[in-house]
Design a protein around this ligand. Structure first.
Ligand SMILES: Cc1cc2nc3c(=O)[nH]c(=O)nc-3n(C[C@H](O)[C@H](O)[C@H](O)COP(=O)(O)OP(=O)(O)OC[C@H]3O[C@@H](n4cnc5c(N)ncnc54)[C@H](O)[C@@H]3O)c2cc1C
Length: 375
């Protein structure tokens, strides 16, 4: 790829949203530069269950997660703190794949088509209808358009003075891979006091365990091990898991300050995709599909307008913000409501009793947090 530093579009962040946007735009002859701060492949804190919603779209981009061994998942199991469980078939189903492999699969698909810069973006300024970007290694790049695909929380959110950065968040998450006997067609969500833990198989046959909890619950214990043994293992399913599973990571990955606050899909003329535009509660298992779908929505709108000679930036911004809200706002609201119910012991007991009495309720709730399959 020829070296240049002026692009149609610069994408900041090479997770699922950024990589998909890059692939879609490059397949349509846009000059794209993607800037990612970490080398590929790398592990990320994530539940690693992906909704089938986006499979047909990935196919149009020439990406097939099953080519690298993704597991088909069709069953869902949820347990209360005491181990009481409910099972259901997933309305759409999904697949299990590690972020290590999934992001790398997309990266392999873009690397001959897109200029990829492994660097950290430090500033983004918009002036006279152009963007100027500076990076940690003091590179300066310019572009007509910038896509913010830098995830749930980044140095750039502080730089852009985004509102949610002024609000603190109590959430932290832990993830690791394990050897454990677990059905490969199932994703399980096990509740414990102050959080929940997802289990599902990945392409390598490792079971991914990823949990979200509050700092308040966690700080009563000295370390991750004690928290898992003394608090999470009060749920018999998690007790079984932590006593029998063999860890495959030297130590679990952790992140904190996970914010679920509302964000704007367009900020300072930057088009936000994926978690940069809004993060759904992980228990919905829909964040990755949303990240990929937002990339599709942005790319289609962008290409439609950009191909016109006299495009108006404002029209693209309005069209994208409108479409993003129509597609995702109700999912985010449903996610927040379910999270509130699960975190409240009384409401959660009532919810479980209702879901046991009405078997159609659980699939209906899952549908509320997912979109329709992309056709
Ligand atoms: C605990 C937890 C469990 C989850 N479980 C699931 C699940 O089971 N299923 C599901 O569908 N979703 C799940 N999610 C949500 C899912 O992980 C996200 O929605 C998804 O990763 C969003 O992708 P993204 O591309 O927007 O962001 P990311 O994947 O976070 O990518 C952002 C990228 O930007 C890079 N970056 C950041 N700042 C800069 C910078 N300044 N310069 C250059 N690069 C930068 C980062 O290095 C990163 O690679 C979970 C989330 C959490 C927190």
């Amino acid at each position: 790829m020829a070296k240049m530093n002026k692009w149609d579009v610069i994408i900041i962040g090479g997770g699922l949203a950024g990589l998909t946007t890059a692939l879609h735009l490059a397949n349509n002859n846009c000059a794209v530069c993607l800037i990612e701060k970490n080398e590929y492949p790398n592990h990320k804190v994530c539940g690693e269950y992906v909704s089938n919603e986006i499979l047909p779209y990935l196919k149009t981009l020439g990406v097939n997660p099953f080519s690298v061994g993704a597991k088909k998942i069709s069953q869902f199991k949820i347990t209360e703190v005491d181990g009481n469980s409910i099972a259901a078939s997933l309305p759409l189903g999904g697949f299990g794949i590690s972020r290590y492999t999934f992001d790398d699969l997309l990266y392999s698909a873009i690397k001959s088509k897109v200029q990829v810069l492994l660097d950290t973006v430090e500033t983004v300024n918009f002036k006279e209808n152009h963007f100027k970007i500076t990076t940690k290694t003091k590179q300066i790049l310019t572009a007509d358009f910038v896509v913010g695909a830098y995830g749930k929380r980044s140095n750039l959110d502080s730089f852009l003075n985004r509102k949610f950065m002024r609000q603190s968040s109590p959430w932290l998450a832990v993830k690791a891979h394990y050897n454990y006997d677990f059905p490969e067609d199932t994703v399980a969500l096990h509740n414990f006091n102050g959080g929940y833990c997802g289990l599902s198989k990945t392409e390598s046959n490792a079971v991914n365990a990823c949990y979200l909890t509050t700092f308040k619950s966690f700080k009563k214990y000295k370390n991750i091990d004690d928290f898992q043994k003394l608090e999470m293992s009060k749920n018999p399913c998690l007790h079984n898991f932590f006593t029998r599973a063999t860890p495959l990571f030297k130590k679990p990955l952790t992140i904190s300050q996970i914010a679920f606050h509302k964000k704007n899909p367009v900020e300072n003329h930057i088009f936000m995709v994926g978690d940069s535009a809004g993060l759904i509660h992980p228990l919905c298992g829909n964040g990755m599909a949303m990240a990929i779908k937002s990339a599709k929505i942005f790319s289609e709108i962008f290409l439609k307008y950009y191909r016109k000679n006299n495009f108006n930036r404002r029209d693209i911004e309005i069209a994208y913000a409108k479409c993003w809200k129509r597609e995702f706002e109700s999912r985010l609201t449903a996610g927040r409501t379910i999270q509130r119910i699960l975190m409240n012991p009384v409401a959660s007991k009532i919810g479980f009793a209702a879901a046991k009495a009405l078997p159609q309720l659980l699939p209906l709730i899952i549908k509320k947090t997912h979109g329709k399959t992309i056709t």
